[in-house]
Design a protein around this ligand. Structure first.
Ligand SMILES: [Fe+2]
Length: 212
């Protein structure tokens, strides 16, 4: 049996068929898992939009639901391209994140801004899971020379990052609006740390969702 060093060398030289097969299997199982995640997050986004307080938050969630529908079609296209049956693999991680979002709804008052802030945090956690999944799938697609799949995955990854960026901006506007209201009601009570520490142009969220 070849040493690990030899195997790594032949892998990077593109000569390791065992590793290639392993990575192809990994690609397929990750693909099925993110397919499950997207399908379940569509239902969750509907519920989250229903539970949201402000139009801005509801609209952001519904827009991302529509985007997710296109992302699901892209995944189905990838299954077709690589000749694998379209299937879901249950993801405990996404189920847990969706349950956390349900708990936010249960633990906050309907019609409150706190609920919207909590929902943004919960939805961004789901986004970050998807960003990690699509980023890994894109890396695997590139290693495996799945050019067409890589193109489709890159489109979705860019959309996920953009959705995350929009939610960060929304969260920041909440915090700023709230701190303005508090400043107007109680002059001098303004707290500098309520201002987000990062710019809205950031690629992905830096630090906590609400920048606090
Ligand atoms: Fe998505």
């Amino acid at each position: 049996m070849a040493s690990l060093t030899d195997r790594i060398a032949s892998f990077f030289g593109g000569e390791d068929s065992t590793t290639d097969e392993g990575l192809r299997d990994l690609f397929i199982s990750e693909l099925k898992e993110v397919y499950y995640a997207e399908k379940h997050s569509i239902n969750a986004l509907n519920n989250q939009a229903d539970a949201g307080t402000t139009n801005e938050v509801r609209t952001a969630f519904l827009q991302h639901r529509d985007e997710s529908q296109v992302q699901i079609e892209r995944l189905e296209e990838i299954f077709r391209i690589i000749g694998v049956k379209t299937e879901e693999i249950k993801s405990d991680a996404i189920d847990g994140l969706i349950n956390d979002a349900k708990r936010v709804i249960a633990n906050t008052e309907a019609g409150s801004l706190t609920r919207d802030a909590g929902l943004i945090i919960a939805v961004q956690k789901i986004e970050h899971f998807e960003i990690a999944s699509y980023g890994s799938l894109l890396t695997l697609a590139n290693v495996l020379d799945f050019g067409q799949s890589a193109e489709l995955l890159a489109l979705t990854l860019a959309e996920e990052k953009e959705a995350d960026r929009k939610l960060t901006i929304l969260a920041e506007s909440f915090v700023n609006k709230r701190s303005k209201v508090e400043e107007d009601e109680h002059p001098g009570s303004h707290h500098a740390s309520r201002h987000p520490a990062h710019s809205p142009d950031a690629d992905v969220t830096l630090g906590g969702t609400l920048g606090i």
